[in-house]
Design a protein around this ligand. Structure first.
Ligand code: RAT
Ligand code: ZN
Length: 438
């Protein structure tokens, strides 16, 4: 009967979503060669290392820093005092105020619990010392494999911020620093598009003479800069995050960002046949004292995205937007342009209620032609919770949609369901970046 069929279908969908490996297209994770501030077993300590992992990093994630300053505000613990504390002391503070003195039910808190539990630790022990000892016994390189397994992730995409001195110097010192088959490179260059005059000054210092006026020589040198760094990080796409105020009307609309896109970034990417990712809607540093936790969301302009997709048909655009208010128009925009791939529920949207709502709407408007999620993990083990939580919600939506199709007489087979989930988790992105799927 149809009730039995619905149960069988649900089992198939949930199993496909649970077992299909995902290509995580945006994280802030790195191979061990980039250094790690946690020694663990078998790794030297590098205080400025870029691979963050372990329970103290999980607890001091910037999402939780923001939350702890709500309950212990800066008039009680001044920002500078918090930032001067050791990482362990910061983690103790967050653990005490967000886990012990009130229950950890925000999404970021819940993420720590899911992660500890999946690693075989008992969150109910509430014993930070024990968790620390367990993490200290891990070898970070092996730990990456274990975490990827538990998160169901088979490829991790980095964010290689070329304007970050700490990261840039590591690439210059060791050309093989990114050589780890589990990781893919992405060239990220926000200042180039957000603040051309400042970027031009840096390019000049780095041997790519560029002036504010964006004359022919500056354009040629900036293109050479991009080409060199695309090669160096073996970028599979390039990316920027943009403010809510970002506008693109035409190449000569008078803004630096439009000229930089039209004369430098998009021609290079078209020539290299690489997509350009735009993450739009983050207003940086509305509270600078909070550091990474001090950024805000604001609604942005979706027509700027449609104009870019229309004016540059030789380019491919990945796009995610931060404001809930932009999600519907962005999904509609993707209906208009085959060179626009919508991805992820970014940052403040990565909460169950919003992931569910956005994913449901995207399936209704776009079928299977989008990428439902990325993790944005900054701490290795976050891969586990970000993907477990998202998978549950994606499965909920898909179960409903396959049931709706079944009610209309279309019964998806198990292999069809697995094919579809592979599109969402890996193949849509793989074909967009023209990389072989696994
Ligand atoms: O989600 C985050 O952790 C943000 O701080 C940003 O990293 C954002 O995802 C970005 O890539 O700019
Ligand atoms: Zn990010």
């Amino acid at each position: 009967g149809s009730a039995a069929h619905a149960t069988a279908l649900e089992t198939i969908v949930r199993d496909a979503v649970r077992t299909t490996p995902v290509w995580d297209l945006h994280t802030h994770l790195y191979p061990v060669a980039f250094g790690t501030p946690n020694a663990g077993a078998g790794a030297p300590t590098d205080p400025k290392g870029l691979l963050l992992w372990g329970v103290d990093e999980l607890l001091t994630y910037h999402y939780l820093v923001a939350e702890v300053f709500r309950v212990v505000p800066s008039r009680v613990l001044p920002y500078q005092d918090f930032w001067r504390m050791s990482k362990e002391a910061q983690a103790d503070h967050i653990w005490r105020h967000l886990f012990l003195e009130r229950s950890p039910i925000s999404e970021a808190c819940r993420g720590v619990l899911t992660t500890l539990q999946a690693l075989g630790l008992d969150p109910d022990e509430r014993d930070l010392g024990r968790y620390r000892r367990w993490f200290a016994a891990q070898n970070p390189d092996d730990h990456i494999d274990r975490v990827m397994e538990l998160g169901g992730v088979n490829r991790i995409t980095m964010t290689n911020a070329v304007f970050d001195d700490n990261e840039r110097l590591r690439w210059l010192e060791n050309p093989n620093v990114g050589a780890d088959s589990r990781f893919e490179g992405v060239l990220r260059f926000d200042p180039l598009v957000r603040d051309w005059p400042a970027a031009a000054a840096k390019l000049t210092r780095w041997g790519y003479a560029a002036s504010e006026t964006l004359d022919d020589a500056s354009i040629a040198n900036a293109r050479r800069f991009l080409n060199d760094w695309i090669d160096r990080v073996k970028a599979i796409y390039c990316a920027v995050s943009l403010p809510p105020s970002f506008r693109y009307d035409s190449p000569d609309d008078g803004s630096y960002s439009s000229r930089v896109l039209a004369d430098i970034v998009l021609p290079v990417l078209a020539e290299r046949d690489l997509p350009f990712a735009m993450m739009i809607g983050s207003q940086l540093q509305v509270n600078p004292a909070l550091g990474d936790a001090g950024d805000m969301v604001g609604p942005a302009d979706v027509f700027s995205v449609t104009r870019l997709a229309n004016d540059f048909p030789q380019n491919r655009f990945l796009c995610t937007m931060l404001a809930r208010e932009n999600q519907h128009a962005l999904a509609v925009a993707a209906r208009k342009f085959g060179n626009l791939l919508v991805f992820g529920c970014w940052w403040f949207l990565n909460n169950p209620s919003l992931v569910e709502e956005i994913t449901r709407m995207r399936v209704e408007l776009l079928g299977l032609s989008f990428v439902p999620q990325h993790s944005d993990a900054r701490v290795l083990e976050q891969l586990i919770y970000k993907w477990r939580h998202s998978r549950e919600l994606i499965a909920d939506v898909l179960v409903d949609k396959y049931n709706d199709a079944a009610a209309a007489g279309w019964r998806a087979t198990e292999s069809e369901v697995r094919r579809d989930v592979a599109l969402l988790f890996e193949k849509n992105f793989a074909s967009f970046v023209e990389a072989p799927a696994t």
